[in-house]
Design a protein around this ligand. Sequence first.
Ligand code: ZN
Length: 359
Amino acid sequence: MNKKKKGKLRKAFLAGILAISTTGCQTILPKQETDLNQDTYITEDFNGEFIHHIVNNKSKNRIDDFNRFCITANDNELKLASIQTSLDILKESSEFGNDLYNFAKDNNLHFCRKLEISKGASATYTSKLNVIKFGSVKNHDLKRLGIIAHEITHAIQDKNKLLFSNTEWDVKSNIKMSLAIESAAVIGSITLAFDMKQVGDDSLWSNFHDKARSNSPAQNVITSKILNIFERSYNIQKAAGSDHKSAMEFAMGKIWPEIFQVKTWRNYYIGTEITQYEDWMKRGFLDTKQIAIGNPSSLIIKDVGKLGTYDFSEYIKQYDLKINSIAITSNEHKQKIAELENIRKKRIEKKHGKLLVIK
Ligand SMILES: [Zn+2]
């Protein structure tokens, strides 16, 4: 299910927004209203079904539209030059980059443009369509490369059945899952940048450092501190005799909990989860007989640390406590969470008589 949420919490600086498939969501939803005046070519309804609607409606064939506005890593025909160039760069960039590229190729991931996309999001991955959608904002090549790494990471999570939220969980459990997922996707971009640097191309790494320096702290997802921890951790492991890949995995694990400390980033995803939860409530998805608190399990969290042929799950295992005690610092968020859980509890009790809380 694509997360289609509107609201003041969306921020323009985020590198990528994931689309999440929902478990426990059985209700058939009405088709999404579409605005034909928008510069919109392809979108999907809430069930992830592909709806085509071209402005002026010249084409009746949705597959044609898909072929016109999407490419795969296997496409030779030049259609979306900027994205194709980025994929070519990714393929040759480094071992890790080649891993991501091969994943996209082997899984027939589609890269599409000029699709309806939420404001502020550079790109989204949509599970059911197997698509990474790029917004109409023009990105420079390095930024696009970072975004592609982020979104392919979401695709990897999806194919490993880790890209989901759950209507049977309480809101904090969904927040926990979302932050675990997003943090790993941020790591996808950082790891690519570092791996490229190790083989002589420091362009993406320098670009992250430059952005960290020039943006205000509130605008940074990838901070200088996180980049430095990655580099230092790698060097320490390498000096201790680890091979390149093991040292990389160690560094990936090290920055995973650090990303949760980036307050603006964290608050953004907390906000989007709350918005989604409220939307679920309105649609009646949360009228389940039970609420599971404290999920997802540490096993699920650990599995988020599997990225292509890289696996830093052993390292993130030790940080499980950290994600269990995610700081919800905004009073607005705290109030909203309390309010939603209270309404949910009452609705369940009214409907089912008794609420089962699973911990
Ligand atoms: Zn993301």
